[in-house]
Design a protein around this ligand. Structure first.
Ligand code: PAF
Length: 282
C-alpha cells in the first residue's frame, strides 16, 4: 500500500490509474480504524480496481468545545489495518495541505435542510465541515464511488444530497453498521468509555429496538419516544435527541412507511449515536 501526504503526488498517481482504465473507490476516514471502517474498505474492494482511503482528522467539523485535540490518532496501526484489508493507497494530508489559508479563509460547502436538526442542531457547523472536506476529497481523488457507514445516518444523507446538488458523477455506497457482540455500534469514540459506561452503552441500541417494535406494531410515536427517553435516562444517558423521521430525514406523515429512529446520547463526556430503520404500518 502506498501512503501519500501531498496533493500533487496523489493526483499524479490517480491520473495514471485512470488512464489505465482502472475504477477508483474512496473511503474517507478520520483514522483510529475499527471493523466498521474495514467493512467500508472491503465493500470498496469488491466494487473497484483501486481502493483509496483517506485519514484526516478534519478540524473544520469539530466545535470549539469538542474533542479535536483528544481525538485518537493511531496512524501506524491504521496503516497496517488498511494494508491487511486490501487498500491500495492511503492519503493522509496535514491540515495545512487541505486548508493552506487556514480555516477562517477556507471556502466552505453548506448543505441546507438535511444538515438541520439532529446532530446538526447539537453541533452547529459540523456538517459544513464534513461537506467541505468530503467535497475537497472528491475533487482530489475523483472516485467512481465512495463508501460511508450508515451509523452516521445524517452524514450519509448530507453527502448524498451534496453529490446530487453538485451533479458529481460519484456513486455513494452506504454500508451497514458494524456492531460489537452486545449490539453497541462500533465507533472510534467508544474508546473514551470507562468500564461502567461501556457496560451501559448497548442500552442505546436495545432502546431503539424496543421502540422500533412498538412503532411497527402501530403504537403512537409521541408516547413511545417519551418512553424511550425515560429508558435512556434510567440507564445513565443524557440524551441529546431521540427522533422518528422519514427515511429521507423529512417529517413523518400519514403516508410514511420507510422511517428511521435516530438517537444521540451522552454517557459521561462521550457522545454516542445510533439509528435503526423500520417500516411503519399502514
Ligand atoms: O465519518 C467520518 O469519519 C468523517 O466525518 C468523514 C466522512 C471522514 C469526514 O471527515
Amino acid at each position: 500500500m502506498q501512503t501519500l501526504n501531498e496533493i500533487a503526488a496523489l493526483r499524479e498517481t490517480l491520473t495514471r490509474h485512470r488512464r489505465a482504465g482502472r475504477s477508483i473507490g474512496l473511503v474517507p476516514t478520520m483514522g483510529n480504524l475499527h471493523a466498521g471502517h474495514l467493512a467500508l474498505v472491503a465493500e470498496a474492494r469488491r466494487r473497484v480496481d483501486v481502493v483509496v482511503a483517506s485519514i484526516f482528522v478534519n478540524p473544520m467539523q469539530f466545535g470549539p468545545n469538542e474533542d479535536l485535540d483528544a481525538y485518537p490518532r493511531t496512524l501506524d496501526d491504521d496503516r497496517a489495518r488498511l494494508e491487511d484489508a486490501g487498500c491500495d493507497l492511503l492519503f493522509a494530508p496535514e491540515a495545512g495541505t487541505l486548508y493552506p489559508r487556514g480555516l477562517d479563509a477556507q471556502t466552505r460547502v453548506s448543505v441546507p435542510e438535511v444538515s438541520a436538526g439532529l446532530c446538526g442542531g447539537d453541533r452547529p457547523g459540523h456538517f459544513d465541515g464534513v461537506a467541505t472536506v468530503v467535497t475537497l476529497l472528491f475533487h482530489l481523488v475523483q472516485p467512481d464511488l465512495a463508501c460511508f457507514g450508515e451509523k452516521d445516518y445524517q452524514q450519509l444523507a448530507v453527502i448524498r444530497r451534496l453529490v446530487a446538488d453538485l451533479h458529481l458523477p460519484i456513486e455513494i455506497v452506504g454500508v451497514p453498521i458494524e456492531r460489537a457482540e452486545d449490539g453497541l455500534a462500533l465507533s472510534s469514540r467508544n474508546g473514551y468509555l470507562d468500564a461502567a459506561q461501556r457496560a451501559a452503552a448497548p442500552e442505546l441500541q436495545r432502546t431503539l429496538r424496543a421502540l422500533s417494535e412498538a412503532l411497527e406494531a402501530g403504537e403512537p410515536a409521541e408516547p413511545t419516544l417519551a418512553r424511550g427517553l425515560a429508558r435512556l435516562h434510567a440507564a445513565g444517558f443524557a440524551p441529546d435527541y431521540l427522533e422518528l423521521r422519514a427515511a429521507d430525514l423529512g417529517p413523518v406523515g400519514a403516508t410514511t412507511r420507510d422511517a428511521v429512529l435516530l438517537a444521540a446520547a451522552r454517557l459521561g463526556p462521550t457522545r454516542l449515536i445510533d439509528n435503526l430503520s423500520l417500516t411503519l404500518p399502514r
